[in-house]
Design a protein around this ligand. Sequence first.
Ligand SMILES: Cc1ncc(COP(=O)(O)O)c(C=O)c1O
Length: 399
Amino acid sequence: MKLEEIIKKDKKYYMNTFGDRVRVCFTHGKGILLYDTEGNEYYDFFAGIAVSALGHSHPVLVNSICEQAKKLIHCSSLYYIEQQANLAELIVNNSCADRIFFANSGAEANEGAIKLARLYFKKKGLSEKYEIITLDNSFHGRTLATIAATGQEKYQKPYSPLTPKFSKVPINDVSALEKAINENTCAVMLEPIQGESGVNPTTAEYMQAVRELCDKKEILLIFDEVQCGLGRTGKLFGYQHYGVEPDIFTLAKALAGGFPIGALCAKEHVANAFEPGDHGSTFGGNPLACSAGLAVLSTIINENLSDNAAEMGNYFFERMESVKKDFPIIKEVRGKGLMIGVEFNRPIAKSVNEKLFEKKYLLGTSGENILRILPPLIVTRNDMDGLINVLVEVLKDIN
Ligand SMILES: Cc1ncc(COP(=O)(O)O)c(C=O)c1O
């Protein structure tokens, strides 16, 4: 089908939650490249918003999905599932978690984290501990509880009254957090590096102070690693940059390279609060999703893709130092590994992004001033050079 026909059909039949989308429809991809209905080739530096960690059509992932689909796509978690047990083991063996529960998305994994934190205290007889403190400008998902956890009014406004008992504090402000904790607080939940709101990293001092505070006040620490987890920041998990471990963390996005999955990961004493019947999911942890997850996670680990993310990120940051000198319109280049934000002094991010698209480079934006870069973890130095060259061309045009 040609693009115009697809757009017409979409406008007629699909709910209008995305407005005018970028005028392109992709048919297939290979590695970092994507191809559209009109035969154009694009460099994908957004990876479906940090999802396609292995790039497109990675043979290990494709084979794993095809082979598993031929055998068994789904069976209920009423029964034991080999792939589910194996993927849980692989996450546990490579992280600070002791037990895993599989969901179908990041928001759903976060819902699980919120439920688990509340239940943990309820089962200790502390039913009054149900409030969760999150950060301004955070993003935790689109379900009712996770938009209440999210620290951005634009996502919340249409759905007020919000699910109660979530409060917000500014990022990297220990005393604000300390003041916000009260006798009803059960947990602090945060993204080690905020993604959606424009790549805002927490500092190591802050994270260490937050961990100490949570220990002192006997409340739980939850990290939302839906975007920053799984190698993206140059380490397998974002928390590994900070020398602190959460009690609970969540994963999704890259875990099965685009096949829907989410993971709720917790330390033993916390995970034990979930007893039979307390939580569940029809699709969560099915054989197909877990096979895809096993393929992706084992490839990220075995091929040291976290190291590649660190190396390519450092290369980009180094090269952008001189670009920044030539283009003072760039205010800051920030992030870790391949979770990168380029902030401009003026609201030009959308027009820079449009011009990059015209040059067949796919990136994202946050607000009016920030360009977001989230390439597949297999990106090469050549690919990064290509991006920097087109970015320089675009900035020359805009200047
Ligand atoms: C940090 C974070 N948490 C949660 C979510 C929600 O994940 P999903 O869209 O899979 O529900 C996102 C999505 O962008 C995210 O970046």
